[in-house]
Design a binder for this molecule. Structure first.
Ligand SMILES: O=P(O)(O)OC[C@H]1O[C@H](OP(=O)(O)OP(=O)(O)O)[C@H](O)[C@@H]1O
Ligand SMILES: Nc1ncnc2[nH]cnc12
Length: 191
């Protein structure tokens, strides 16, 4: 995968950028013609890369004083849960509609390739929680924007969003930064 430097302040230790970037593979025309899908499964399958990625994300969580990690279904769960363990905080899932058993708050959004609705348990977060949102890819920013808006409605403070990879050409950063209202957006890699 060809990458440029992230436009965030995230400083990756020597060699880590390559370790991660080399294990994200391009898949053309998936899931729709015209989409270049960024497949993170080779990275997940590599013990060293997964461990390093989790450590970097946990470092961001500590830096921001996060008390909870929120992962966005589904790939955000894979990265978010081990990050929470490493950071010593709890994990809260934001799920696609209809998957959570309790009372939920809900938010609709558009994707690069479709539209969807996300939900969180209404009592999963409360005032006083400091939330770091974790996901794999920032594309159009629709998912992250909706997640930040949804999480604010719980009363929690969103202290940042951390993603493995930002697709800069889709220009999602602006809308997400507006939603974050000053909280940092850390993208470890950007193309
Ligand atoms: O910035 P956006 O344009 O909103 O796109 C980014 C989102 O799209 C992908 O999730 P997807 O909804 O495809 O679900 P998955 O993780 O379940 O595959 C990705 O994991 C992000 O959550
Ligand atoms: N091009 C892409 N690759 C991987 N995940 C995505 N989520 C939205 N767009 C994506």
């Amino acid at each position: 995968m060809g990458t440029r430097e992230s436009s965030t302040a995230s400083q990756l230790p020597d060699g880590v950028r390559e370790l991660l970037a080399d294990r994200i593979h391009d898949v053309a025309d998936y899931p729709r013609p015209g989409v270049m899908f960024k497949d993170i499964t080779p990275l997940l399958a590599d013990a060293e890369a997964l461990c390093v990625l989790t450590d970097v994300l946990a470092g961001i969580a500590r830096e921001h004083g996060a008390t909870k990690i929120v992962g966005l279904e589904a790939r955000g769960f894979i990265l978010g849960a081990p990050t929470a363990v490493r950071a010593g905080v709890g994990f809260v899932p934001v799920r696609k509609a209809g998957k959570l058993p309790g009372a939920t708050l809900s938010q609709a959004y558009d994707l690069e390739y479709g539209s969807a609705r996300i939900e969180v348990h209404a009592e999963g977060l409360t005032e006083g929680d400091r939330v770091l949102v974790v996901d794999d890819v920032l594309a159009t920013g629709g998912t992250a924007e909706a997640a930040v808006q949804l999480l604010r409605r719980t009363g929690a403070e969103v202290v940042g969003l951390a993603v493995l990879l930002e697709l800069g050409f889709l220009e999602g950063r602006g809308r997400v930064e507006r939603a974050l209202a000053g909280a940092p957006l850390d993208a470890l890699l950007a193309v």
